[in-house]
Design a protein around this ligand. Structure first.
Ligand code: ADP
Ligand code: MG
Length: 259
């Protein structure tokens, strides 16, 4: 069974998609078999992996609603070294259509189980909301990775997410745990960021990953070239940080801190 992780934060623009594609590429570079599930109708993880969301025959929408298998719907990322179950605008309708289906919060879980032997890691890029789509992600995941910027309101926003994780754990998925908080777009010259980072460590202890992702323009440029920053400019500070993060995650997994 692969390790299935949601990359989640109900805020938009905090670095979820950047984390998903670069962690996937970083894991692929150290020999892991990875599938990205794009659960955001914006399809940024799909495009950022070099897969054109406009020309896909099948997307995650068909997997959730039409019983298309993951094997039929996935695409290889041409440069990333991993597979993508893509998304596009069609997925925004799924939210409403799912409501009337049986086991509506378990559709993704059932689908992933059929592809379980193909992967070491499944990374689910969640939309910026705590919606039925995100719930499908949380219901099939073993853990949640939360990218966050060290800003003034960061801790406040975390409370809702942590409570949602607790509720899903209690009601839908006993395996779900908070894996860790990843500090992203970090600028050590900004005193406030350093302070919030210290607060985070005070609050969450070793749930805060050791790796810190710096603000780095190469990571922002990479999606327009259809590839993760880790592939686009491997020597950049941002890419190096994501490779380090992939190693840290694998060590946590192997160290038995994660089941
Ligand atoms: P989300 O998926 O949470 O909405 P994104 O990953 O799309 O967030 O990131 C939002 C914006 O910030 C994007 O334009 C992205 O390129 C940029 N960005 C993300 N991480 C970094 C970083 N470490 N350094 C510089 N820009 C970043
Ligand atoms: Mg995104």
């Amino acid at each position: 069974m692969p390790h299935i992780f949601c990359i989640a934060n109900q805020k938009g623009g905090v670095g979820k998609t950047t984390t998903t594609v670069n962690l996937a590429a970083g894991l692929a570079q150290i020999g892991q078999r990875v599938l990205i599930v794009d659960l955001d109708p914006q399809g940024n993880a799909t495009m950022g992996s070099g897969v054109d969301k406009r020309t896909l025959a099948h997307t995650v929408y068909d997997v959730l609603l039409e019983d298309v298998s993951i094997a039929e719907a996935r695409q290889p990322s041409p440069k990333g070294g991993y597979d993508v179950l893509g998304a596009n605008r069609e997925l925004s309708g799924a939210e409403i259509e799912l409501v009337n289906l049986e086991r509506r919060d378990r559709r993704l879980k059932t689908a992933i189980e059929t592809a379980a032997n193909d992967y070491d890691f499944v990374l689910i890029d969640c939309p910026p909301s705590l919606s039925l789509l995100t719930l499908n992600g949380l219901t099939c995941a073993h853990g949640v990775i939360v990218p966050m910027q060290c800003e003034y309101f960061a801790l406040e926003g975390l409370t809702d997410l942590v409570n949602t994780v607790k509720q899903v754990h209690a009601n839908l998925n006993r395996e779900l745990q908070l894996i860790g908080l990843l500090r992203v777009m970090f600028d050590p010259r900004i005193t406030l960021q350093q302070q919030v980072s210290d607060q985070l460590k005070g609050h969450f202890g070793d749930k805060v990953f050791n790796t810190v992702i710096p603000r780095n323009v190469r990571l922002a440029e990479a999606p327009s070239h259809g590839m993760p920053g880790v592939v686009f400019d491997r020597s950049s500070k941002g890419a190096q940080a994501f490779i380090e993060f992939a190693q840290e995650l694998v060590e946590r997994v192997k160290g038995g801190k994660l089941k």
